[in-house]
Design a protein around this ligand. Structure first.
Ligand SMILES: [Ca+2]
Ligand SMILES: [Ca+2]
Ligand SMILES: [Zn+2]
Length: 457
C-alpha cells in the first residue's frame, strides 16, 4: 500500500477560482502538490488572502498521518480500505486521497458559501475541501472520517453512498466525524479539548462535545443541544434536517463515556478515549444507513459488547441514557422521562418550626426549618426557595427564580440535616427545591421539592 495524495490549490491567481495542482505560480512558488512532490512552502501572492498559508503542505502531511492512524486504529487501508478516500473512478480513483486547499479561491465573494471558517467533504467524489487557515487535526480528521462512512454503504452497483443524509442518520454521521476529530487530536497530541475547531484562527469553535451549550449554532441561533429533550433540539428540514445541529446529542454521550461526569442525574465513570474510539467505529457494523438515534442506542451497546468489558459497557449505557438517546426525543411528541441511570441523592424533605414541630405553614417573621433525611453523604447540593409552581417543567433553571439560594455539604453518614430559613420577606406559596445533582436545574428524578406557605397572622 502506497499513498496517492493530490492536494489542489484553488487560489493561484488573484480574481480566479480554478483549482490547480503542480502549477507554477509567482516564481518560485508551485501551487498544489501531488504524491512525491517536494514541500511547496508558503503561498506567495502578497495581495491575496492566502498569502503566507502553508495549507497545501499541511493537508499533504495530514493525509499521511490520517492514513497511518486509521491503519493502526481500525486496520483500514485508507478511509475506504482501498488506499484512499476517492469515490468516483476513474476521475476520483479509490486509491487516491484528493483535497482542495484555499477552496474560497481568489475571488470576492469566495466561490463557496462556507468560507471563510469552514471545511467540507464531497460525497460524490470523496474529496475534502478547506477554507484557508482551517487545516488542523480535528477538522481534517472530521472530513476524513466522512469518507469512512461514505464507503460503509453501497448502492446496487457497488458505488459508495454513505448514510441517508437527512435528520438522525446524518447527525450520527456528523457525530462520528466530530468524535474521530477529537480522538485523532488526542492520539497525536496526548490531549483533546473535545471542541471541534481547536485550531480555528478566528477563535470560533464549531461544536463543543463536552458542553454543547457552550457554542451557539449559526443555523438556529441557539446553543447546540446536549440531550434528546433539550429545547434546542431542531425538528425542521433546514440543514439536512439538523444534521450538525442535533449531532451533539450522541457526541455528548460519547464524551461522557470517555471523560465521565454527572449529567441529568446520572454519574458516568470515564473509560478513556481508546475504548470510545473503538466503539464509535464498531457501532457502524450494527447500523443500517437509515438508522437514527433509537437504533443507535442498541447499536452502541452491541458495539461495546463486541469489544469492551462489562464495566465499560455499563458506563456507556449510562452515558447514552443520560442524553436520553433511548427516549423518543423532542421531535417525537412523546414525553421526557427519568433516565434509567438517574439516581436521586437529595433524600426526603420535610419542614418544621424551630422547635421541631412539623408544619408547612409559617407566620411571616417566624424562622422555619428544612429537614433532609436520607440524602447521599459526601455530596454538595443546592438549596433554592422559589415561587410555587404546580407542575415544574424538567430542566427548569433554578437560579433566576430563587428568592433564597444556598448550598449544603452532606456529611458522610449524616442522618438529619437542618437548614434554617428566615421568613421576614416572604408571603404566599413557595417551594423549596433541593438540587440533588447540584446542576442548577430541576429534575424530578434527581432533585426533591417540598411546599411551604407563609401567612400574615
Ligand atoms: Ca479539538
Ligand atoms: Ca438538578
Ligand atoms: Zn461533517
Amino acid at each position: 500500500r502506497r499513498l496517492d495524495r493530490q492536494v489542489w490549490d484553488c487560489a493561484t491567481t488573484p480574481g480566479q477560482n480554478v483549482c490547480k495542482i503542480n502549477f507554477p505560480g509567482n516564481p518560485p512558488h508551485i501551487h498544489g502538490r501531488s504524491e512525491g512532490e517536494p514541500e511547496r512552502g508558503p503561498h506567495n501572492w502578497p495581495t491575496m488572502f492566502q498569502y503566507g498559508s502553508t495549507d497545501v503542505d499541511k493537508e499533504y502531511a495530514l493525509i499521511q498521518d490520517l492514513s497511518a492512524w486509521v491503519l493502526e486504529s481500525f486496520n483500514l487501508n485508507g478511509a475506504n480500505n482501498m488506499g484512499g478516500t476517492g469515490a468516483d473512478p476513474p476521475d476520483y480513483p479509490y486509491e487516491q486521497t484528493r483535497t482542495f486547499a484555499h477552496i474560497e479561491g481568489g475571488t470576492t465573494p469566495p466561490q463557496v458559501p462556507y468560507c471563510p471558517h469552514g471545511a467540507a467533504f464531497y460525497t460524490a467524489t470523496g474529496s475534502i475541501t478547506h477554507c484557508a487557515w482551517e487545516v488542523y487535526n480535528d477538522i481534517m480528521a472530521h472530513e476524513y472520517a466522512h469518507a469512512i462512512i461514505l464507503h460503509r454503504y453501497h448502492d446496487g452497483q457497488g458505488n459508495p453512498i454513505g448514510v441517508y443524509y437527512f435528520r438522525e442518520p446524518a447527525s450520527l454521521d456528523e457525530s462520528h466525524s466530530d468524535i474521530m476529530g477529537e480522538i485523532f487530536e488526542y492520539d497525536r497530541t496526548g490531549y483533546t479539548d473535545w471542541i471541534n475547531g481547536s485550531g480555528d484562527p478566528y477563535g470560533i469553535p464549531f461544536r463543543n462535545l463536552g458542553n454543547p451549550h457552550a457554542v451557539i449554532n449559526p443555523v438556529t441561533n441557539l446553543p447546540y443541544p446536549d440531550r434528546y429533550w433539550d429545547a434546542n433540539v431542531y425538528c425542521g428540514n433546514e440543514e439536512d434536517g439538523g444534521a450538525h445541529t442535533n449531532s451533539t446529542i450522541p457526541s455528548h454521550a460519547i464524551y461522557l463515556f470517555a471523560r465521565g461526569g454527572e449529567f441529568n442525574g446520572c454519574e458516568i465513570q470515564g473509560q478513556g478515549e481508546q475504548i470510545a474510539k473503538l466503539v464509535s467505529r464498531r457501532v457502524w457494523a450494527h447500523l443500517d444507513r437509515y438508522d437514527g438515534f433509537s437504533r443507535a442506542y442498541t447499536a452502541f451497546q452491541n458495539a461495546c459488547d463486541d469489544l469492551g468489558t462489562l464495566e465499560q459497557c455499563s458506563e456507556l449505557t449510562k452515558a447514552l441514557q443520560a442524553v436520553e438517546i433511548d427516549q423518543g426525543g423532542r421531535c417525537s411528541g412523546s414525553a421526557e422521562r427519568a433516565p434509567s441511570c438517574a439516581v436521586n441523592h437529595s433524600g426526603n424533605l420535610s419542614t418544621s418550626t424551630l422547635d421541631g414541630t412539623p408544619s408547612s405553614i409559617f407566620n411571616q417573621g417566624q424562622p422555619f426549618v428544612l429537614n433532609i433525611t436520607g440524602a447521599t453523604g459526601g455530596r454538595q447540593m443546592g438549596i433554592y426557595l422559589v415561587p410555587s409552581m404546580g407542575n415544574r417543567p424538567p430542566w427548569q433553571e433554578m437560579a433566576p427564580l430563587s428568592i433564597v439560594e444556598s448550598s449544603i455539604n452532606v456529611p458522610i453518614g449524616s442522618q438529619n440535616i437542618r437548614f434554617v430559613f428566615d421568613s421576614d420577606e416572604l408571603y404566599g406559596d413557595y417551594e423549596i427545591v433541593v438540587d440533588g445533582n447540584n446542576d442548577g436545574h430541576y429534575q424530578s428524578w434527581a432533585d426533591a421539592v417540598t411546599p411551604i406557605e407563609v401567612v400574615v397572622p
